[in-house]
Design a protein. Structure first.
Length: 119
């Protein structure tokens, strides 16, 4: 099993920055797994935000956050990060961390952390 715990979400004003963290644990967690961030705004589905491969050599971003966000990871700490800058009210959502163990779907999910951006 893999456990994921997100943190760092809070209420901020538009234009602010935030860094979200996702700490992974569990006896089956492998640092070779890709990790990703998703978000779900009120009344909407869960959307992809960003993903990173095992060593950070490859990253992928949704168009909505590209240029404003950076995904990174520290395998020594089994932790992934999402740095978000120039936050907008439309970034308001619950942000979830996920792990891809090798198939074509994200296998493990955290409980989420709330990000609220006021205008």
């Amino acid at each position: 099993q893999v456990q994921l715990v997100e943190s760092g979400g809070r209420l901020v004003q538009a234009g602010a920055s935030l860094r979200l963290s996702c700490a992974a644990s569990g006896r089956t967690f492998n640092p070779y797994y890709a990790m990703g961030w998703f978000r779900q705004a009120p009344g909407k589905g869960r959307d992809f935000v960003a993903a990173i491969d095992w060593n950070g050599g490859n990253t992928l971003y949704a168009d909505s956050v590209k240029g404003r966000s950076t995904i990174s990871r520290d395998n020594a700490k089994n932790t992934a990060y999402l740095q978000m800058n120039s936050l907008k009210p439309e970034d308001t959502a619950v942000y979830y961390c996920a792990v891809l163990t090798g198939g074509d779907s994200w296998d493990y999910w955290g409980q989420g952390t709330q990000v609220t951006v006021s205008s």
